[in-house]
Write a protein that binds this ligand. Structure first.
Ligand code: SF4
Length: 249
């Protein structure tokens, strides 16, 4: 019995990622894109983008609107390439607009002083799926599994906003969820942080022009962190939150 248990342990190896800030992502993953100086039909790229994430002169990709479908990189691989860089989170919406090969970081000067002081070692988050499709929600679930083990940094999801230090919004925010989101926000004690996770939450994504949405919530409250992705990758989320609360890159 004991020998069998040892065999299983040996066979499974290390389940957790020792350093989530430097690890490589295996397999297919589209992270931060890089835009080169290569010539390309810009209008063709602008026209094929399903969410209007691409703009011209100079060519740029707004990661807050990008669904990471990869169509632009397929159409013009010498111009656009998706790297495996998962560090794409920032507190400055303008930094999500990629024009070249610049890293995306949290602007330390814009982080409220109490965030490092109060949440640097312990942060409890309440997740609100505001008409989400369960993709970002699944990935956020994964942040707490044995692989990513976000709890090792004192960061956990909790069941009630009363027990939370901030809320994480996923989904494009439908009219039906607008009031519930507002109630949840006010049920969270001050000071609190607000995180938008995923393209749908940041811009509405492919639903941006839908009359079923009511995104007025975002006009009223300051967003502390944008985590791009469609869906977000657990490493993008963990690294983004660590950058916000601990000032790590
Ligand atoms: S990967 Fe992003 S920028 Fe490129 S076509 Fe798809 S949505 Fe548009």
């Amino acid at each position: 019995m004991f020998i069998n248990n040892l065999k299983i342990l040996f066979h499974q190896g290390k389940q957790f990622i020792p350093d989530v800030t430097t690890t490589d992502v295996p397999g297919v993953f589209r992270g931060r894109p890089v835009i080169t100086d290569a010539a390309c039909n810009e209008q063709q790229l602008i026209d094929l983008c399903p969410t209007g994430a691409i703009s011209g002169k100079p060519l740029s990709i707004d990661l807050g609107r990008c669904t990471f479908c990869g169509e632009c990189a397929i159409a013009c691989p010498e111009k656009i390439r998706f790297t495996k860089d998962y560090k794409m989170s920032t507190n400055d919406r303008n930094r999500l607009i990629v024009t070249g090969d610049q890293p995306i970081e949290v602007d330390a000067d814009k982080v409220r002083a109490e965030i490092h002081r109060l949440f640097g070692r312990s942060l409890k988050l309440r997740e609100v799926s505001a008409a989400g499709d369960n993709s970002c929600e699944w990935e956020l679930n994964a942040t707490s599994n044995v692989n990513f083990d976000m709890g090792r940094f004192g960061i956990d999801f909790v069941a009630s906003p009363r027990h939370a230090d901030g809320i994480v919004v996923t989904g494009p925010i439908s009219e039906n969820m607008a009031e519930a989101l507002e109630i949840c926000y006010h049920a969270t004690p001050d000071p609190k942080i607000l995180i938008l996770a995923g393209t749908d939450a940041i811009s509405g994504g492919i639903f941006a022009d839908s009359p079923a949405l009511n995104r007025s919530f975002l006009d009223k409250y300051k967003v502390d962190l944008y985590v791009p992705g469609n869906p977000v990758h657990p490493l993008a989320f963990v690294n983004g939150v660590l950058s916000l609360v601990r000032g790590k890159k």
